[in-house]
Design a protein around this ligand. Structure first.
Ligand code: GDP
Ligand code: FE
Ligand code: FE
Ligand code: FE
Length: 196
């Protein structure tokens, strides 16, 4: 299909080719499944289908760039130096949006913000932010324990899907003794607790 709006100076086929060229086969296929899932969620929730689709297709575009490339961008493009204490898991979204804007010529802030927030979420998330965050987690290739419950929850209620994902991801990270990015905790505090 051809995009209806002038959000990207490319056809979908051209954008697909650019994303594919930057990613392994399996990571690229994940992006196609996130695109399809984001379209479904956008239709279900009355959101902008085209922006959801583009965000899904490009969201992990920067995932396989070398660490040095991210470090260079953090140091020269005005990012918070605190980011240097983290790694690819955090960088590919927050800093990845910079590469998406530069290389894919996508300047739409709705899409770029959704990419920035797709791993760590945010206390306040737009509909497109929520759709990308959840689509990434429940796309049909995901088969972690709880994936089916996450899928059912998200398809019935998008915000419930966001809450489910944040709780699960944080639980998994803590169980694995992983470093938690402070904004991930801010996201948790805004979405999950049922009482102070
Ligand atoms: P993917 O890029 O499609 O694999 O998915 P995401 O972008 O959502 O997540 C990338 C990785 O970051 C996953 O393994 C998450 O569990 C992990 N992650 C999310 N939040 C944090 C955090 O605060 N700290 C760390 N260390 N990892 C995180
Ligand atoms: Fe990602
Ligand atoms: Fe995610
Ligand atoms: Fe992803």
């Amino acid at each position: 299909f051809v995009y209806q709006e002038n959000i990207v100076p490319y056809t979908r086929a051209e954008l697909v080719a650019k994303v594919a060229a930057n990613l392994s086969e399996s990571r690229f296929e994940h992006c196609l499944r996130v695109e399809a899932t984001a379209i479904q969620l956008a239709q279900k929730n009355g959101a902008d289908v085209e922006r959801a689709a583009i965000a899904g297709l490009v969201h992990d575009y920067a995932k396989q760039l070398p660490d040095e490339t991210f470090i260079e961008a953090i140091k020269t493009q005005g990012f918070d130096p605190e980011l240097l204490n983290y790694g690819n898991a955090i960088w590919h979204g927050v800093v990845g949006a910079y590469f998406i804007e530069r290389d894919l010529e996508i300047h739409d802030e709705t899409i770029l913000n959704a990419v920035r927030r797709h791993t760590i979420g945010a206390p306040e998330m737009t509909l497109i932010d929520q759709i990308l965050f959840v689509a990434d987690f429940v796309e049909p290739g995901r088969n972690f324990p709880g994936a089916e419950a996450a899928r059912e929850t998200a398809m019935a209620d998008l915000a419930a899907g966001v809450r489910y994902e944040i709780l699960n991801t944080l639980t998994f990270l803590i169980q694995g003794k992983k470093q938690i990015y402070p904004k991930t905790i801010d996201t948790y505090n805004a979405w999950v607790p049922t009482q102070a």
